[in-house]
Design a protein around this ligand. Structure first.
Ligand SMILES: Cc1ncc(COP(=O)(O)O)c(C=O)c1O
Length: 432
């Protein structure tokens, strides 16, 4: 007989899951706002920039597209995505190598569902990889990284995670530019990682959703060095400012077609196909062109200037924080002030974030949410609380060869710079 208490009937893997840290901090922020307090939102990792105009226009003229589309995605869109990887990364990909879904997050879940193997993830890493593995019941192998190196997955650590049982099926997730650290990899590091991946024949899920907002515009896909085993994940959410449109892409090598085919079966039984008008608009986005290049140039310039400025101020206030190389995140470590923080009753990253929010109104996420030990005083700052449309217009007026200076950033990204001042003031003495 079915139990009448619905909680008791929960899947064992889901029963002990908690709402994501992002949601919790949002709820707390909303409560403070209801009390009339100002909250600086450095918690949610959403692009501050609007969707580029030609892409919005394509969505507008495609609004009448109402039919279900092929499970794997609109052929013209898949063609454009294959062309994009050829153009940007020199990868030989065909439209049949591409799978389109309602967000890359959904595609990652389905990949973990169809692929039987361990999930290997560096720590820190994005909040959802591990809970997805947990829901499905896949073993997780965390691989440590350290702040001193700038949090990269080191080839010897990856080797160490695979060596004991070399033939075991594994899915290794690499994400760069990285959420939560904003760091990326050099070509040499990618080559070394590719060598280890090849040695153990792992499947590499290269999450390159922030690739186009590498701050120098020089993102390199590891698929160049391990083409036969790398699935490249991307989408519209970050570089195109369209997280709410929900469109993600996976691009496979020819010899992993069996995996793509299996995923497509699950896609057909779950989401059926991705929203039709959005797919037409995405085809425009992946086509590229000068207007989109200009948009990306200015987006990178703003994020580069702001990331460096904030890292400098946080360092001066005693945090350890390497300047970011991409995306819109910083992952400071507050270890240097840990004695002083302990005297203020702060021993975990969650306590740190709660106290900072309470005292300064600055919301950011604890390092523990990204797989770091609870007692490590780290946190993720998403430097996105500003009007991206306004900042883009203003940046276009500054000669392209000039870096954006502090007065510019303080004017157009004021919420973020003020929030950082408040956090620095708090770190230096507790008063803001
Ligand atoms: C590293 C990383 N991967 C994947 C995603 C999911 O993106 P999508 O909107 O395509 O589901 C995010 C979103 O925050 C992310 O930060």
């Amino acid at each position: 007989m079915a139990n009448s208490d619905p909680e008791v009937n929960l899947n064992l893997n889901v029963r002990d899951l908690r709402p994501s840290a992002t949601l919790e901090i949002n709820e707390r922020s909303n409560r403070l706002r209801e009390e009339g307090r100002h909250v600086y939102r450095l918690g949610l990792g959403q692009s501050p920039f609007p969707v580029p105009a030609p892409v919005v226009e394509q969505l507008r003229v495609s609004a009448h597209e109402k039919d279900y589309l092929p499970v794997r995605g609109l052929p013209a869109l898949r063609e454009r995505i294959a062309g994009y990887y050829q153009r940007r990364q020199g990868l030989e990909r065909h439209r049949d190598d591409v799978l389109v879904g309602p967000g890359s997050k959904e595609l990652m879940f389905i990949l973990q569902l169809v692929f039987y193997g361990d999930l290997v993830i560096p720590t820190p890493s994005w909040v959802s990889y591990a809970p997805q593995a947990h829901i499905i019941g896949r073993p997780i192998r965390w691989v440590p990284t350290t702040a001193e190196d700038g949090w990269p997955l080191l080839p010897r650590e990856l080797d160490g995670a695979c060596r004991d049982d070399p033939g075991r099926p594994r899915l290794v997730v690499l994400n760069y530019p990285a959420n939560p650290t904003g760091q990326t990899y050099s070509k040499d590091s990618l080559k070394e990682l590719a060598e280890v991946a090849r040695r153990y024949r792992v499947i590499l899920l290269s999450d390159e959703i922030y690739g186009e907002i590498d701050h120098q515009g020089t993102h390199v896909s590891i698929a160049r060095y391990y083409p036969e085993g790398t699935i490249v994940s991307s989408g519209l959410s970050k570089w195109c400012g369209a997280g709410g449109w929900r469109l993600g892409t996976f691009t496979f090598p020819r010899n992993l077609r069996w995996l793509l085919d299996s995923m497509a079966v699950v896609c057909s039984e779950t989401f059926t196909s991705t929203s039709a008008p959005i797919q037409y608009a995405a085809a425009r986005a992946f086509e590229g062109g000068s207007e989109i290049e200009q948009y990306l140039f200015q987006s990178r310039r703003i994020l580069r200037g702001l990331g460096r400025l904030l890292a400098r101020h946080l360092e001066a206030a005693g945090a350890y924080v390497p300047a970011p190389a991409g995306a819109f995140y910083l992952f400071p470590e507050f270890a240097a002030g840990s004695d002083q923080l302990a005297r203020r009753g702060i021993q975990t990253s969650s306590q740190l974030c709660e106290q900072v929010l309470e005292d300064t109104g600055v919301a950011f996420l604890p390092g523990a949410a990204f797989g770091r030990p609870t007692g490590e005083l780290t946190g993720r700052i998403a430097y996105v609380d500003f009007d991206g449309a306004r900042a883009l217009v203003a940046a276009r007026r500054i000669p392209a060869e000039r870096e954006l200076d502090e007065p510019f950033l303080r004017t157009y990204c004021e919420q973020v710079t003020t929030a950082t001042d408040r956090l620095c003031g708090w770190l230096q003495g507790g008063h803001v």
